[in-house]
Structure formats: C-alpha cells, structure tokens
Write a protein that binds this ligand. Structure first.
Ligand code: ATP
Length: 139
C-alpha cells in the first residue's frame, strides 16, 4: 500500500491544492472523518470548516472550505467546494468585515434580508476567523 494519498481541493475558480498527504481530516456532514492510504471509497457532503492534512514532509496544513463534497478513494481525496483558501491565504480583516456584515443582517428585522444566506456568510466568516486565530493549532 502507498504511504501517501493525493489530496486535491478544487473550487469553480481554481485548484486550491494538489498535494501528497499522509493523512487527511475533513468536516463531513456527519462529523469529522479521517482518510489514510487504502481507505474504502466513499462520498460525503461537507460542513463549513477546516480540512487538515499532514503533507509528505509531515507538516500539518489547514485549508478553509465552505462546505461542498468529498470523494475518498484508496489513493486520493478530492474535495469540491464553492470557496476554499489555504490558511495562509485567509484575509483576516476581510473575514472580520464579512462577520460584522452578516451579524448586522441577522440582527436586523428588515423584511428583505435573506436569512439563510446571511447565516451561511456568518458561518463562513466565523470559520475563517477561527482558523486564523488558531494560528495553525489543530484543535
Ligand atoms: P466576502 O463577503 O468577504 O466575499 P464570502 O464568505 O461571501 O466573504 P465566499 O463567497 O466564500 O466569500 O468567497 C468568494 C471568493 O473570495 C472566494 O474565491 C474565496 O476564496 C475568497 N474569499 C472570501 N473571503 C476571503 C478571506 N477572508 N480571505 C481570503 N479569501 C477570501
């Protein structure tokens, strides 16, 4: 069995990562799951949150994902997300501004607010902030 699996994270805009990993952890809708080389194939939807993996050199990496889908094969994990950024790419101030915008929308009583959309934006911003605040700590 191979020592590594390939991990690819793709959005409609770009390839976010395409790398070798020793292990991949992802926020499945039914809970966080881990994939090691040789894993039984499966397909799942994802929550807003972080994908973490150990790269071929043993370094922990974190990528924000806005939900989406993951396909695990014995030698590859593919993640399709509407948006995703490597931790180092997250613009903290932008996430803070998005968080405040979404919070104000959720708190307002205006009729023209799309609450589901504001809620999703709020969760995305909160996850980006949390990932950055964790500074790479994996828990
Ligand atoms: P915003 O309101 O700031 O656009 P959003 O949650 O609505 O936030 P998304 O729809 O998830 O944004 O993403 C749109 C694009 O902007 C994607 O390419 C995503 O990677 C990028 N993006 C969004 N927020 C950030 C951020 N804080 N840092 C880096 N890239 C971001």
């Amino acid at each position: 069995m191979a020592d590594n699996i390939k991990i690819e994270i793709v959005t409609p805009e770009r390839y976010v990562i395409s790398e070798s990993a020793q292990i991949v952890m992802a926020p499945g809708t039914l809970g966080e799951f881990g994939v090691l080389p040789g894993h039984t194939p499966f397909l799942t939807s994802l929550e807003i949150g972080k994908v973490r993996y150990k790269d071929a050199g043993g370094h922990e990496r974190i990528v924000f994902v806005s939900g989406g889908f993951a396909e695990a094969l014995p030698d590859k994990v593919t993640i399709l997300a509407e948006s995703a950024e490597r931790m180092e790419e997250i613009d903290y101030e932008r996430a803070k501004a998005a968080y405040e915008r979404a919070r104000e929308r959720l708190e307002s009583r205006k009729e023209n607010v799309d609450y589901a959309r504001a809620q999703a934006a709020f969760y995305r911003a909160a996850a980006r902030i949390k990932i950055t605040d964790s500074g790479g700590t994996l828990h």
